[in-house]
Ligand binder design. Structure first.
Ligand code: URA
Length: 238
């Protein structure tokens, strides 16, 4: 791997800002191959050097995986002239890592969004071949009923002739506004909204809560993110 600045490598773990790193180095708390680092602009190959802070390996990863609770009002894109993207919610050191969102959520949809720079695994997760279930919590206008669940199970055909794969609609509450969980195995444009609109129940609120085995962390407020653990990335690989 190419040599990189030490401060950049340490900050890329997301555990410390560049400012923190500067201080850690000054305090002699950073060792590179057992030798105290002199300054942040020293260069080394992060895949070979053993870099430790306070005696603990920094846990450098070649690829980065983040879980974000996407807030309403942000686009799930890497850049867009029309508005802020989810990347704008990340600190500078992560913005420089070529991260991209794994799949899309509408601007007005909240919830689980994975971000990574691991193109190969991201591609697999998105491929219809692997049928990764995506679960959404929704509030719709109108009273959901068993006939809606049946229509989802049988596969809805949208107004433009698009055939949706069989999906699951689990009603959570019924009223003027009803609540439900929707499970899809594909991700067509505005799919949940279009499926429910075709049943005369327009979506008023939508949040993705699950993707495959990955569940939205309940501690993440909208707009917040965290790194996936190695176990979680392993689960995605499975
Ligand atoms: N379905 C939608 O309609 N919107 C989303 O953001 C995701 C799924």
């Amino acid at each position: 791997m190419e040599k990189q600045r030490l401060d950049k490598i340490i900050a890329s773990t997301g555990k410390w800002s560049r400012k923190d790193v500067k201080l850690l180095i000054k305090q002699g708390r950073v060792l590179v191959n057992g030798v105290p680092a002199g300054s942040g602009d020293e260069k080394c190959d992060p895949s070979e050097a053993i870099i430790a802070v306070d005696g603990e390996d920094i846990g450098y990863r070649k690829v980065t995986w983040l879980m974000m609770n996407k807030p309403v009002g942000y686009l799930s894109a890497t850049e867009d002239g029309r508005g802020e993207t989810v990347l704008d919610l990340l600190p500078q050191e992560l913005q420089r890592q070529n991260l991209f969102p794994v799949g899309r959520l509408d601007k007005d949809t909240e919830g689980l969004l994975l971000l990574t720079n691991d193109g190969v695994l991201a591609h697999k997760l998105l491929s219809p071949k692997y049928h990764i279930d995506k679960v959404y919590y929704t509030r719709v206008q109108g009273q959901l009923e068993e006939a809606d669940c049946r229509a989802f199970r049988e596969g809805i055909v949208l107004g433009d002739g698009l055939h949706c794969m069989p999906a699951e609609l689990e009603i959570l509450s019924v009223g003027e506004v009803s609540e439900a969980h929707v499970t899809l195995r594909e991700g067509k444009f505005h799919q949940v909204k279009r499926m429910l609109a075709s049943r005369g129940k327009p979506v008023r609120y939508l949040r993705r809560i699950k993707m495959g085995k990955m569940t939205l962390d309940p501690d993440l407020l909208p707009g917040k993110y965290r790194f996936l653990s190695e176990d979680e990335v392993e689960k995605l690989r499975e």
